[in-house]
Design a protein around this ligand. Structure first.
Ligand code: BV8
Length: 258
């Protein structure tokens, strides 16, 4: 019988005893996070309405190699605007709770679709960044990381090695995810006892397939999202809650001794 946790109860959130038992006895917990986990850090989610100059564009139409080829300056400047917002963001209690959980479980795999680096900043180790990291830059021609480049009036800046255009080291729509990282994420989904899907609309593949890989091997899948997604129907529990509020409560209810 799938127990569904609807709106949080009076004492903020009531964590089911059965869930606490599952988490405490889990050998391996895997977590997939999406943009929603950074919302409380002030980083707009991927499907939040864009603001200002960017309101006229949808992320899907900017986050592609075609968009970059068509208008490299526009795409570079969009990422500069996002980098600026990310640089001012701090990990929120949800990031910190996941970093703490890692040390309380025999095996813990944190898989993120986010490119903001906030899990790393919160202290999580070995984060699997499926979609890259906006803080890193690479050469569009060589597809290799560039740590520094000469400032010139040219936008985007040019690769110091080959003169090619520089771009953010993120995975655009239509680009393949880093194979090693994706394989490690898939292996974690297939070997975990509990899979938490946190703050993702579950619409971007192949990341969105991961919770279903966990379900396929009988893992307990839990969704944490103020707006339940199609995954909620298959999840053992679906908590309509903000991750920055819910995860600290889940952590202290499950491991009160810590
Ligand atoms: C690929 C980096 C091979 C760039 C991003 C099937 C298999 C394989 C591919 C596909 C497929 N079907 C379609 C495709 C193509 C495509 C795709 O999935 N398209 C979608 C739109 C249908 N996938 C790809 O192109 C991938 N490449 O597979 O290569 C290939 C190539 C071509 C054709 C076939 C195969 C590459 C995908 C990666 C794209 N890059 N980011 C950048 O950031 O600029 S994706 C982008 O979306 C972000 O990484 C983001 O994290 C991710 C997913 O979105 P979410 O994280 O879920 O964010 P979103 O805003 O949608 O939702 C936020 C959620 O949070 C909401 O539900 C909200 O309710 C909730 N929330 C809000 N506040 C809170 C909260 N939750 C908790 N707490 C809160 N406080």
């Amino acid at each position: 019988m799938r127990e569904k946790q609807g709106q949080p109860s009076g004492e903020r959130f009531k964590i089911p005893e059965a869930l606490i038992r599952q988490l405490r006895s889990a050998r391996h917990i895997a977590v997939l996070t999406g943009a929603g986990t950074s919302a409380e850090s002030g980083v707009p989610t991927f499907r939040d309405a864009q603001t200002g100059l960017w309101a006229q564009y949808s992320p899907e139409e900017l986050a592609t190699p075609e968009a970059f080829r068509r208008n490299p300056r526009l795409v570079w400047e969009w990422y500069q605007w996002r980098r600026e917002r990310v640089s001012q963001a701090k990990p929120n209690p949800g990031h910190l709770a996941l970093a703490r959980m890692e040390s309380l479980v025999p095996k813990f795999t944190l898989i993120t679709q986010n490119v903001d680096g906030l899990h790393h900043e919160a202290g999580s180790k070995g984060v699997l960044e499926l979609h890259g990291n906006i803080r890193r830059t690479k050469c569009f021609t060589e597809n290799s990381i560039v740590d520094s480049w000469r400032a010139t009036p040219k936008i985007p800046p040019r690769c110091p090695r080959c003169g090619g255009l520089l771009r953010p080291d993120v995975v655009w729509f239509g680009e393949s995810l880093p194979a090693e990282i994706l394989n490690e994420a898939e292996a974690a989904a297939r070997s975990c006892d509990v899979f938490l899907s946190v703050g993702t609309s579950s619409v971007v593949f192949p990341a969105a397939a991961l919770p279903h890989s966990a379900l396929a091997v009988g893992a307990t899948v839990i969704e944490i999202n103020p707006t339940p997604t199609e995954l909620a129907a298959d999840a053992a529990w679906s908590f309509a809650a903000a991750s920055g509020e819910f995860l600290p409560v889940l952590l202290s209810a499950t491991w009160p001794e810590c």
